[in-house]
Design a protein around this ligand. Structure first.
Ligand code: S6P
Ligand code: ZN
Length: 206
């Protein structure tokens, strides 16, 4: 098998960028319609502030081979729609038993995780926090701070992303809203629909 050349990518924490990326994408508010609870606040935010950038992702994908690694950088803007903090779309890995790590670079936020049966876990993150997302956990990043929230991530190259799992449940079980002693609190998503036993068994048999 042909060897891949070793490489290095440089993170610019202040800019929230990574050199040498093989791919980048940007998500603006309009790309995230339906994600937030307060639809009137969502429409007002687009009307008032233009189509704000919510997050940028840059990654390095050497190959899609199992055993290889993808790594990259997520930069999230600070902001809220109503009381709900800016967040990523969230997903489970398409090969559901593939894990991930995130390494905080700057800012403040959290990793919101949900198991197939609907248990919620939160890992709070600041610079130098390493968050381990175990196999089978749905994960979404949330910027709960007042500045950019920047994280390095790495996950197996054959993991893929399944975004439909969150759409099918009408969102994750909990929303992250302003309030409480820490400045953020979990609030039950009123529209949430739990997964069927068959769906859970299907995920866990990966
Ligand atoms: C991929 C990994 C990250 C996210 C990124 C944006 O498995 O978890 O690269 O893709 O943080 O989140 P999302 O949910 O829009 O892919
Ligand atoms: Zn992931």
């Amino acid at each position: 098998m042909a060897l891949v050349e070793p490489t290095a990518c440089q993170v610019d924490i202040a800019a929230g960028t990574m050199s040498g990326a093989t791919g980048t994408y940007r998500k603006r508010l309009a790309d995230l319609a339906g994600l937030y609870a307060d639809q009137a606040a969502f429409a007002a935010a687009i009307e008032a502030g233009g189509d704000a950038i919510v997050y940028d992702v840059a990654d390095f994908r050497p190959s899609a081979r199992s055993g290889d690694l993808i790594f990259g950088l997520t930069r999230m803007s600070p902001g809220r729609i109503g009381d709900e903090f800016y967040m990523t779309r969230g997903h489970i890995h398409a090969v559901a038993d593939r894990p991930e790590i995130y390494y905080g670079q700057s800012g403040r936020g959290l990793m919101l995780m949900e198991s197939p049966v609907g248990e919620t876990r939160v890992v709070e993150m600041t610079a130098q926090t390493i968050c381990y997302v175990p196999p089978f956990w749905i994960h979404r990043s949330v910027n709960t701070g007042a500045s950019d929230f920047v994280m390095v991530f790495s996950y197996p190259a054959d993991a893929g992303q399944d975004y439909g799992i969150i759409e099918k449940s009408n969102g994750m079980r909990h929303r992250v809203m302003a309030g409480g002693p820490k400045g953020w609190q979990l609030v039950e998503n009123q529209d949430y629909r739990g997964r069927s036993a068959a769906a859970i068994a299907g995920l866990m048999s990966t």
